[in-house]
Write a protein of this length. Sequence first.
Length: 276
Amino acid sequence: MESDTEGMSSAMTKHVPDHDVWPTIVQEAERDAAAEPTLGGFLFESVLRHSSLMEALGTLLAHKLANPVVSSVTLRDLAFTAFERDPLIEESVIADLQATITRDPATLGYSHPLLYFKGFHSVQAFRIAHHYWVTGRKTLALFMQSRISEVFAVDIHPGARIGRGIMFDHATSVVIGETAVIEDDFSMLHEVTLGGTGKAGGDRHPKIGRGVMIGAGAKVLGNIRVGEGAKIGAGSVVLSDVPPRTTVAGVPAKIVSHNHEPFPALEMDQRFGQAV
């Protein structure tokens, strides 16, 4: 007989269309508040009092990133302004929620990344900082980078470019440099660095193709290209281009197999494929 916990998990992880994401989050919050009254106030303030996903997200991030000098009200208004001026942020937020639901077996519902997953929080806070970076308010963007690093232990330069359908699993100690580019449908685990090789300026950080998965602790260094559908093994140090749909591993990383799946980020299979 299926346990209550198993039944709840199965129901909560059901995929819903994009337009049903916010109603689903509200339903989950109502259910969770009834099941766990201790969190009733938290769930009301974080979800149930809001009229939209972006209102809830902006308010939640503002409370997390505020400090004694820059208030949550100020940061909330900055978030709302970014969302209003760049509608693509909302599309990316929903795509990132869908990515987490479909790739992370620990996710029990759409409300849980929104409320509890710092990998999701750090990416969405980055999107706000990036908006201000590209619109010329670079000092503000750098302040936000600093707060994101302090609060979430994730350091993403606001000048980096990150696509949609992104999942940072666990996310602790992730570092992404200023000229890094991450294309859509990307997944990585904790302690990953997308960095430079020294103090040289200019275009100096990795370019990551669509559907790439990077394992925990990997370091990808320099202005190199990781091809579409590639996989980087945990703990690897990558110093040169990675061909599309190959798996590399080791220090320094070398090709160890070819990938059968077109986009390893969607499968999250940490094993190596067919050996070279």
